[in-house]
Design a protein around this ligand. Structure first.
Ligand code: PEP
Ligand code: MN
Length: 262
């Protein structure tokens, strides 16, 4: 169960040789979407050089408009796997349908996006397989609803669930979403699962990613998932919130410095 009551010790999720949770902190970085072999290889190598330990990249994209770029799909997964082979970084990517699960055999952490947080058939299917799940909070879901969605996965036998706060809809329009920093300590009070923060989708604004990352780390996050692109202006998805590799490098140095005070 996701509830702290039944599980007082913090859960540590293992991904290859990496651990996340209970003091183990990891940074997942990469583009919103895999766009080409050059793009994903280039970004993978630069984020790794800056200290990211896991690589993200969308292949199946949950776009608001059906006319927007939908991702490279199976080809995107192949290119992501090649970047994993080159760098040795475990890969994180979003699943949209239980029918795609067999394509995800080389994926290390399967992401459930905000829009699918309550896709209960998808959650049940992911509970019946062993790979760790990064479960994002829905756009307008409570923490209790996030935890009951985690429960859907865990009830099937898969205890490797990482929670992700990625901002929620509020009346504020200056940012894409509103990052709920209080979700971090509250989720840790209610649950034993690791909590990762996504400051990129939370703000929609590259200039806010560093300060919100610092806030998330100070509040006790077990990790960050950050969008980085080698050419944000030409990105096929979420360029406005994507950091350039140089800015990501600065952010990583600040995060490491901040963590020495915790
Ligand atoms: C993403 O991580 O690319 C994504 C679509 O995020 P979210 O589901 O949080 O909107
Ligand atoms: Mn994105």
């Amino acid at each position: 169960a996701a509830n702290r009551k039944f599980h007082p010790k913090n859960t540590v999720v293992h991904v290859g040789s990496l651990a996340i949770g209970d003091g183990h902190f990891q940074v997942i970085a990469g583009p919103c979407s895999v766009e080409s072999e050059d793009q994903i290889q280039n970004i993978a190598q630069s984020v790794q050089a800056s200290g990211a330990t896991l690589l993200r990249g969308g292949a199946f994209k949950p776009r608001t408009s059906p006319y927007a770029f939908q991702g490279l799909k199976a080809e995107g997964l192949e290119l992501l796997k090649k970047a994993k082979d080159t760098t040795g970084m475990p890969i994180v990517t979003e699943i949209m349908s239980p029918a795609h699960l067999e394509l995800f055999s080389d994926v290390d952490i399967i992401q459930v996006g905000a829009r699918n947080m309550q896709n209960f058939d998808l959650l049940k299917e992911l509970g019946r397989q062993p790979k760790p799940i990064l479960l994002k909070r829905g756009l307008a879901n409570t923490l209790e609803e996030l935890l009951t969605s985690a429960e859907y996965i865990m009830a099937g036998g898969n205890q490797n669930v990482i929670l992700c706060e990625r901002g929620i809809r509020t009346f504020e329009t200056a940012t894409r979403n509103t990052l709920d920093i209080s979700a971090i300590p509250m989720l840790k009070k209610l649950s034993h699962l690791p909590v990762v923060v996504d400051p990129s989708h939370a703000t929609g604004n590259a200039a806010l990613v560093e300060p919100m990352s610092m806030a998330a780390v100070a509040a006790g996050a077990d990790g960050l998932i950050i969008e980085v692109h080698n050419n944000p202006a030409a990105a096929l998805c979420d360029g406005a919130q994507s950091l350039r590799p140089e800015s990501f490098d600065v952010l990583m140095k600040k995060i490491l410095g901040l963590r020495t005070y915790l």
